[in-house]
Design a protein around this ligand. Structure first.
Ligand code: PEP
Ligand code: MN
Length: 334
């Protein structure tokens, strides 16, 4: 439920409303918008006298939120959330590219890729240190060493880093990581999501392989319910009956998520297609659909990559995609 406050009400009156709601055992979330303040009520509102709330002179209107996700809901928070890390912004009209290899493989690889994607305009460096591989016999990532190498690349280039977590036990290793990714396989690992709710770092949540958009938003809600509201949503393709591509990119996820939620939405055309030559058209389409960012796999030597080489762009191909994405964005923002 939300209480929409009349314009120009003094802060002190809003504070005392919030205190009263808390004394009724409810959680309170205040969203201060450009024109209006919205007080969100979290928890069991059945014991609350709605008539009393509606009758308050500072309250313009009370509205029930029927969707099960509250904190992630745009009704709760009409303005777009902007995530800012190390001077790079995502959301609310700010667009950023997250680029880098599927996995961190060695020092030379990650430094070379980091320098090149930065040069091409990427805002964030990505790279997996803990890899969720289908086969236990495949390369599992360099773990702590991989994170150290990403941090070295960050020190050298100044780019914030994004890397995937697979277990809350590894959290101490992520202390200097800028954005923690939860991958498609772990997106309903609710215990992990709860732990991430207690830290103060942006979390990038990838849609599950067979996950609905509502389920993705409920995963965001798990993190937000713990107090961490810095969430980036990521559409990375869903499993369908089509076999020509690794997954099926659901581009309508971008406008639908923007309607339902205030959280920034990025698209990963690499995992969505699994095919390097399809990354460019899908990246451009995602930018045209209004994505707030793109996550793209880039490798200095895709043919010899230890993971996801077939979908990885060379640094030169990434430079071309980045340039064309900027062109598309300049058209849609005209
Ligand atoms: C990745 O980003 O490297 C990854 C494993 O992605 P997903 O969880 O979307 O498969
Ligand atoms: Mn990958």
């Amino acid at each position: 439920m939300i209480a929409i406050i009349r314009p120009d009400v003094e802060q002190q009156k809003i504070d005392s409303l919030c205190d009263w709601l808390r004394s009724r055992g409810l959680g309170v979330h205040v969203a201060v918008g450009e024109f209006q303040t919205i007080v969100g009520l979290i928890g069991d509102t059945t014991a609350l006298d709605i008539g009393l709330l509606e009758g308050l002179d500072i309250v313009e209107r009370v509205q029930r939120i029927s969707e099960p996700f509250k904190s992630a809901n745009r009704k709760f928070h009409p303005d777009d959330t902007v995530i800012e890390v190390g001077g790079v912004k995502l959301g609310g009209g700010n667009f950023a590219m997250i680029a880098g290899p599927c996995s961190v493989e060695n020092r030379n690889q990650i430094l070379q890729v980091a320098r090149s994607v930065k040069e091409s305009g990427a805002g964030f460096l990505r790279g997996g240190a803990f890899k969720p591989r289908t086969s236990p016999y495949d390369f599992q990532g360099l773990a702590a060493e991989g994170i150290d190498l990403l941090l070295e690349a960050k020190r050298e280039t100044g780019m914030p880093i994004v890397t995937e977590i697979m277990s809350a036990h590894h959290l101490p290793l992520f202390e200097h990581v800028d954005v923690i990714q939860v991958g498609a396989r772990n997106i309903q690992n609710f215990e992990l999501l709860k732990e991430l709710g207690h830290i103060d770092k942006p979390i990038l949540l990838k849609r599950g392989i067979a996950g609905t958009l509502k389920e993705l938003l409920m995963s965001a809600e798990y993190v937000m319910a713990g107090g961490n509201e810095k969430i980036i949503l990521c559409e990375r393709g869903i499993r369908s009956y089509e076999t020509a591509t690794r997954n099926t990119l659901d581009l309508s996820a971008v406008p639908v998520l923007h309607e339902l939620s205030h959280l920034p939405v990025v698209v990963d055309p690499s995992h969505a297609t699994g095919v390097a030559r399809l990354v460019r058209p899908m990246a451009l389409a995602a930018a045209a659909a209004g994505a707030d960012g793109l996550m793209i796999e880039v490798h200095n030597d895709p043919r010899n990559a230890l993971c996801d080489g077939a979908q990885s762009l060379t640094p030169e191909e990434f430079a071309d995609v980045a340039r064309r994405v900027r062109e598309i964005r300049s058209i849609i923002h005209d």
